[in-house]
Design a protein around this ligand. Sequence first.
Ligand SMILES: NC(=O)c1ccc[n+]([C@@H]2O[C@H](COP(=O)([O-])OP(=O)(O)OC[C@H]3O[C@@H](n4cnc5c(N)ncnc54)[C@H](OP(=O)(O)O)[C@@H]3O)[C@@H](O)[C@H]2O)c1
Length: 346
Amino acid sequence: MGVNRQWRLARHPELNEDIGFEHFELTESPMPAPDAGEFVVQTIALGTSPAQRSYISKSLSMHDKIAVGDVMRGRGVAAVTESRNPNYSVGEIVIASTGWQDFSIQSPAQQNPNVLSIQKVVKPIDPLTMTLGILGSAGATAYFGLMDVGRLRAGDTVVVSAAAGGIGSVAGQIARIAGCRVIGIAGGPEKCQWITEALGFDDAIDYKNESIGDRLAVLCPDGVDVFFDNVGGEILDDVLARLALSARIVICGFIATDYRDDLGRGPRNYINLVRKRARMEGFFIFDYRHRFQEAEDRLRRWYDDGLLFNCEDVDDGLEKMPGTLGSLFTGGNKGIKLCRVSPDPR
Ligand SMILES: NC(=O)c1ccc[n+]([C@@H]2O[C@H](COP(=O)([O-])OP(=O)(O)OC[C@H]3O[C@@H](n4cnc5c(N)ncnc54)[C@H](OP(=O)(O)O)[C@@H]3O)[C@@H](O)[C@H]2O)c1
């Protein structure tokens, strides 16, 4: 009888504190056994999101909290290994809230309304990690954020922040495919080179070494039509100063300001929303769950046609997971950050 390795929360991080191994404890439990209507899955790979930081934070959050001692929550792609549910057979592949563990019980009848429900992977692709990445929620977030919230049009000048990150690297590629001019903001020359040379962004701004305002003045003399913002804070403020008429600012995330209480008030340049008759709108990907298939079909077609590059950055081994998540906050990832937990059984 095997054991089930599980990462449990050891302590809540403080505001302004980096997260890492010190906040989690790797434990071993007996293999889970399903009740009637349930099934067991083995995790193949786990996704990451900066939002996972808020599951474990003590401060206010829009997510359910995880208590000390609980298994860390996370979404993964997994294979059914044992089933007492007639709708799920051994060997089937699903995407589910597996948590940071090798094996988990799935109860379709008792789904937490605050997490995405179990999804069957009807047409598995190689590598399976893509079902969490460009064809999964990262791809869908970039797609709906740009298309629905950003109302993207061919010819727009689009700026993307955290452009070498998971959602940003897909968003920039979608804008390029849609016939827009795309400028990415990323930290460091290597990431800037990657998004222009490998992903086809037209230009890049290295926010760690260059003035965003000065570079935007040169690169976008007529202003920015769509800003897809993953970062917030000063980067948002700098782009607000350079809007085109009727600009759309898509608030996807705010990794620069979340989990911090040492920042000033802002943004100062919001007055430009009035001058430029611009619209700034946040969105939450859960609201698009009924349309995920639309995004997947479109992204899959672009991938099959060689237009969309699979930009994933995969660690190996469940034991790496705290570092895998922590790397998002230190800029350690290039593309969609994932962790492979067990071999693809197919
Ligand atoms: N609205 C929604 O429904 C939804 C859904 C999922 C995710 N999100 C949000 O979308 C954003 C992107 O998520 P993701 O999973 O793709 O993560 P990600 O962009 O891969 O996040 C990590 C990247 O963010 C950048 N970063 C970290 N701290 C920063 C700081 N202080 N200032 C500037 N850049 C910083 C780093 O890139 P550099 O090296 O370039 O600094 C890092 O590589 C996050 O804000 C996330 O919370 C929103």
